[in-house]
Unconditional design. Structure first.
Length: 477
C-alpha cells in the first residue's frame, strides 16, 4: 500500500532484453566409437570438452577405417581432429555402435601370458562372452583371478596375484569381438534425428552436422542436409559432407563437379568437402577436420561466423583419395573445384590452406546469402540468436511494450555487430502492413530483419601499366 502523502518509489521491469547469442561452431558428430572400451554409451548424444573426456566416454582406436576404406571407428577421427589438431571444444558425439548386438564370437584359443598379462585386440568386448580358462574345465573368475581393462588400443587381461592362475604361461580365451561392419547407412540416417535431443540434454544446439566416413553416401548426405535448417523445428545449421574419393566416384579433381551434381550434393545447407586429408600417418575425411577448423575461426571472432574458412592455414601434410593416390592441386585446379564446382578443397600454396567459399548450391544459385558459406551461416546465426534470446517472450501479453522490447534490444545487438565489422548493416522492424488484424487477434506478430554481412574478398585484381614518362624522367636525372 502506497503512502498518500510523501514520495513513493517503485522498481519496474526494464523495457529491454539482453541478447543471448546462439551456440556456434559446435559439431554434432555421428558414427561409431569403441564404447566397450569406455563408458558404453549408445544411442544418446554425449558432449565432451577434451580428447581425454571423449576417450573416457567412448574409448579410442586408430582403426578409423576397414581394409576396404569403409568407416569403422569413425568418431575417433572426429575426436582427434576436433581436440588434438584444432584444439576446439565442445563437441557432441552420437555413437550408433552397440556392443550388445554388433559383435561376432571369436572361438577360444591359446594365448601366451607375459608378465602375468594377456594382450587381446582392442575389439575384444568384456562381456559374458569373455571366457578365461587354465584348462577346458578350469574357468577363471573375473575380479578374483583376473581383471580386464583397455589401454593403448588393446584389451588387457591382468592376472591377480592372489588368483589361481597368476603363474600360468598360457591361457585359453574366447570372447565376443566388436563388429561395427553391421552398422548400416540407415542407422546413420536415423541417428541424424537425435540432434533433437541436444537442447534438452545440454541447453544448446550444435550448428554443424558431420558424419565422417558416411556422408559420402548420397542418401546419408541428403538426410543431413534436410535436417540442418530445422533442428528442433527452430534452429538452423549446416551439414558438412564429403564427396566420395573412390576410383568409381571422384578420385581425381576433374570428376568432382560431375559427381557432385549427379548425386545431389547441391543444397545450400551443405558444405561439401573433397578430398581426404592426411596428418602424418593419419588419414581424415575432410569434413571431420573442417568442422574443427570452422569452430576455431568462429571462436577467434568472438563466436561469430562472419568470416569464411577459405585461405586459412591448416596443419595437414597431404591430400589423398581412397585408394591412397596423392592429390596435389595447382591453383587453377583448386579453383576448378572451389569456384566452378562449389566444393571446399585444400591448396598447398606456401603452406596448406582451406580453399573454397561456397555452399553446395553454387554454381546453380547466385543468391549471395545462400552461396557464400560465411553469409549463409551468418543468417543462420542471427536467426538462432533471435530464437534463443526471445523464447521467453512467447505467451507474454501481445502489446507494443513487448514488441518494442524485442525490436530495441535486437537492434542494439545488431549495432554492436556493425561496429565490430561483422555486419555491413542490419535493422529489425515491426511493419504494421505485414501484421494484419487477423494475425494479431490470433496472437501472431511478424518482425522484418534486413541485414548484410561481409562477403569474402575472393578476387583481387591488379592492373599494371608501363609508364614511359617515369623512364624518361629517371634517365634524364
Amino acid at each position: 500500500m502506497s503512502l498518500s502523502h510523501g514520495i513513493n518509489t517503485y522498481k519496474d521491469d526494464t523495457n529491454f532484453s539482453m541478447v543471448k547469442e546462439a551456440a556456434v561452431g559446435i559439431p554434432f558428430y555421428i558414427g561409431a566409437w569403441p564404447c566397450h572400451q569406455g563408458k558404453g554409451y549408445v544411442d544418446k548424444p554425449q558432449v565432451a570438452y577434451s580428447f581425454d573426456e571423449a576417450k573416457e566416454l567412448g574409448g579410442y582406436s586408430s582403426e578409423w577405417r576397414n581394409g576396404d576404406g569403409s568407416p569403422k571407428w569413425s568418431l575417433c577421427q572426429a575426436m582427434y581432429a576436433q581436440f588434438m589438431l584444432n584444439g576446439m571444444s565442445p563437441a557432441i558425439f552420437y555413437n550408433v555402435f552397440d556392443p550388445s548386438k554388433h559383435k561376432t564370437t571369436v572361438q577360444a584359443s591359446v594365448f601366451p601370458v607375459t608378465d602375468h598379462m594377456v594382450v587381446l585386440p582392442g575389439d575384444a568386448i568384456n562381456d559374458e562372452g569373455l571366457t578365461v580358462t587354465k584348462s577346458e574345465s578350469d574357468t577363471l573368475t573375473l575380479g578374483e583371478d583376473y581383471e580386464v581393462y583397455y589401454d593403448d588400443g588393446s584389451c588387457l587381461i591382468e592376472l591377480l596375484q592372489d588368483g589361481q592362475a597368476y603363474s600360468e604361461e598360457t591361457l585359453t580365451i574366447g570372447y565376443n569381438a566388436a563388429n561395427p561392419t553391421d552398422i548400416s547407412a540407415a542407422d546413420i540416417e536415423a541417428a541424424v534425428e537425435k540432434i533433437e535431443l541436444c537442447m534438452a540434454l545440454f541447453g544448446f544446439v550444435p550448428d554443424l552436422i558431420c558424419a565422417p566416413g558416411w556422408s559420402s553416401n548420397p542418401a546419408v548426405a541428403a538426410v543431413m542436409a534436410a535436417k540442418a535448417p530445422s533442428i528442433n523445428g527452430l534452429f538452423k545449421g549446416k551439414a558438412v559432407v564429403d564427396i566420395d574419393t573412390a576410383s568409381s566416384a571422384a578420385d581425381i579433381y576433374d570428376k568432382v563437379l560431375s559427381w557432385k551434381n549427379k548425386n545431389g550434393y547441391t543444397d545450400e545447407n551443405m558444405i561439401v568437402c573433397w578430398p581426404l586429408v592426411a596428418v602424418g600417418d593419419y588419414l581424415f575425411d575432410y569434413s571431420a577436420y573442417l568442422c574443427g577448423k570452422i569452430a576455431s575461426i568462429d571462436q577467434g571472432n568472438a563466436d561469430c561466423p562472419y568470416e569464411s574458412p577459405s585461405n586459412k592455414s591448416i596443419s595437414i601434410t597431404g591430400a589423398y583419395n581412397k585408394a591412397g593416390g596423392e592429390i596435389c592441386l595447382s591453383v587453377q585446379q583448386a579453383d576448378m573445384i572451389s569456384v566452378s564446382a562449389g566444393v571446399v578443397t585444400v591448396l598447398n600454396y606456401a603452406g596448406w590452406v582451406v580453399w573454397g567459399n561456397y555452399t553446395g548450391c553454387y554454381p546453380a544459385s547466385s543468391d549471395v546469402a545462400k552461396v557464400f558459406i560465411c553469409c549463409n551461416r551468418m543468417q543462420d546465426f542471427l536467426c538462432n540468436t533471435f530464437t534463443t534470446s526471445y523464447w521467453s517472450y512467447i505467451d507474454k501479453p501481445l502489446s507494443r511494450v513487448t514488441i518494442d522490447a524485442i525490436v530495441n534490444s535486437f537492434n542494439s545487438y545488431l549495432n554492436g555487430l556493425i561496429h565490430d565489422g561483422k555486419l555491413y548493416g542490419g535493422e529489425v522492424r515491426y511493419v504494421p502492413d505485414n501484421n494484419p488484424t487477423a494475425n494479431l487477434i490470433a496472437g501472431k506478430i511478424r518482425l522484418d530483419l534486413e541485414m548484410a554481412s561481409p562477403v569474402p574478398a575472393q578476387q583481387i585484381d591488379l592492373h599494371e601499366t608501363f609508364n614511359v614518362d617515369l623512364m624518361t624522367v629517371a634517365l634524364a636525372a
